[in-house]
Design a protein around this ligand. Structure first.
Ligand code: UN1
Length: 496
């Protein structure tokens, strides 16, 4: 095997080593003997340099006209299109999901680049009437400053792109801290930004752990905004810190997403959606389907077909085009999923299939887990309440739409939900009453498109949305502007 390449941080337009002199290995979860790359194990000192560079660059970048900023972003999209296959393959090696999905991940980066580039010529403010004579009133967006982007490993190019592009088009500069499991995809994205000619200091990359990089970054006094995607546990701490330090903060966290299957649903279509939602990305999406609530009239048939199809899913190395489900991200993930299987058994749910780590043959080299389905799950069980973030699906029986909606809403998260039915009235009731940020009719809980808001209610988020024009809200501050051309002092609310 050829020796793994060493990658450096990107600070102020230069590729530099960490002041720590230490390195981190990025290993392939399908074959842990393969080192995909070696990355900087960075420190607070590196973070400080990156923040200083971003602050300095902000002085000019904020004054660069937004349509010009957008042209750079458009170029990023164009380069990503050319590199899509290469980056997708590298991403599969780095984090395991199958090629079809890593291509989709890069595609999501391209989509958001094009969408956001368009915003460079929009970013609408409002012009409204003033209550006084000879006076104009309007609102406009202004950049916030330097943004810390802290991103997860499950969408290693898409999620950094969701944050980076809107931040840039609004005139902010950024320091990106990618998950330590997936620095390579972040490196690719930043490299493309450099190639697109984005001025130095506007985009900075610092790799390393949450403790040694993420934490000092979000606490740095030069950082004005923290945008985080990850677990609700960590997000809570990020939110507390940001609140204490008066930083703007957007949090995208866990999910416990539900698909409701009514008795009039097209069962085969529902099965396709459930399998795709539960086992795509090995269930490691915040939008993954982790509960399916099925009407009692079709429960038996549905469960039987589901187990049959889940058992037959092809698990393996995601680089093999015929494989349907790749490995888990790492060893701690395998341990966590195995623990949840035990919890499910102890709670009395019926294990229909899977529930075990795969170890035979090529599986022995990686972090593979069998697609797992539990039936007869009670809505209150931990299995049906906690985010598992792996290929574990709980099937819960229900008697009615009302009950299904109650079960659907009965968790602390509120990201995505779906219903399979042929009855338009029932679909609209579910659309109105499921309290999630994303809702699908006759489609799975995954597969959000970038031109719509992405995010969730309750403990999934803190009220912000990524993607679409809604992404601009966190990355800009509103300025209300009054222009008085009357030549005299006019007093609002007092003069008439
Ligand atoms: C995530 O799981 O963190 O809707 C993001 C989807 C993808 C994005 C998922 N477009 O499943």
């Amino acid at each position: 095997m050829t020796e793994a390449k060493t990658y450096r941080n990107f600070i102020n337009g230069e590729w530099v080593s960490s002041t720590s002199g230490k390195l981190l290995e990025d290993r392939n979860p399908a074959d842990s003997s393969e080192i995909v790359g070696v990355f900087q194990d960075s420190t607070a000192e590196d973070v400080q340099q990156a923040v200083d560079a971003a602050r300095e660059a902000f002085r000019k970048w904020r004054l660069t006209p937004a349509p010009k900023r957008a042209e750079y972003i458009y170029k990023v999209g164009e380069i990503l299109i050319r590199r899509k296959e290469e980056y997708a393959r590298e991403m599969t090696r780095e984090m395991g999901k199958v090629l079809k999905e890593t291509r989709g991940d890069v595609q999501e980066g391209i989509d958001i680049a094009y969408y956001t580039a368009g915003e460079g010529r929009r970013m609408f403010g409002k012009t409204v009437p003033s209550e006084l004579h000879n006076k104009y009133a309007m609102s406009m967006r202004m950049p916030v400053g330097t943004c810390a982007l802290i991103t997860p490993w499950n969408f290693p190019m898409a999620i950094p792109s969701w944050k980076l592009m809107p931040a840039l088009v609004c005139g902010n500069t950024v320091v990106l801290k990618p998950a330590s499991d997936t620095p390579l995809s972040a490196y690719h994205l930043v490299k493309v930004c450099q190639e697109a000619g984005i001025p130095r200091g506007v985009v900075n990359l610092v790799t390393g752990s949450g403790t040694s990089v993420g934490s000092p970054l979000m606490q740095n006094s030069g950082v004005d905004l923290v945008s985080f995607t990850g677990s609700t546990d960590v997000g809570g701490k990020v939110g507390e810190t940001a609140a204490r330090l008066f930083k703007r903060c957007s949090l995208e966290m866990g999910g416990k997403n539900v698909i409701i299957v009514l008795d009039d649903a097209r069962l085969d279509l529902a099965l396709d959606g459930v399998l795709w939602g539960a086992f795509g990305t090995s269930g490691q999406r915040c939008t993954a389907t982790s509960r399916v609530v099925v009407h009692k009239k079709v429960y038996g048939e549905f469960v039987e077909k589901l187990a049959e199809r889940a058992k037959n899913l092809r698990v393996g190395d995601g680089l093999d085009e015929s494989v349907e489900m790749g490995p888990l991200i790492n060893e701690p993930a395998v341990k966590k999923i195995a623990e949840y299987v035990q919890i499910g058994r102890d709670e009395g749910a019926s294990l229909l299939c899977g529930g075990v780590r795969l170890t035979k043959g090529e599986f022995g080299r990686g972090s593979f887990f069998a697609p797992t389905v539990f039936s007869d799950v009670e809505p209150g069980m931990r299995l049906a309440q906690e985010e598992i973030f792996g290929p574990v699906l709980s099937v819960i029986p229900c008697d009615s739409l009302d009950q299904a909606i109650e079960i659907g809403n009965g968790v602390k998260y509120g990201l995505s939900s779906a219903i399979y039915t042929q009855d338009v009235n029932k679909a609209f009731i579910a659309m109105r009453d499921l309290f999630t940020g994303i809702f699908y009719v006759n489609s799975s809980t995954i597969g959000a498109e970038v031109q719509l808001p992405f995010g969730g209610t309750k403990q999934t988020g803190n009220g912000h949305r990524e993607a679409a024009d809604t992404a601009l809200d966190i990355f800009s501050e509103w300025k209300a502007v009054y222009v008085d051309f009357s030549g005299k002092l006019q007093k609002a609310q007092i003069d008439s």
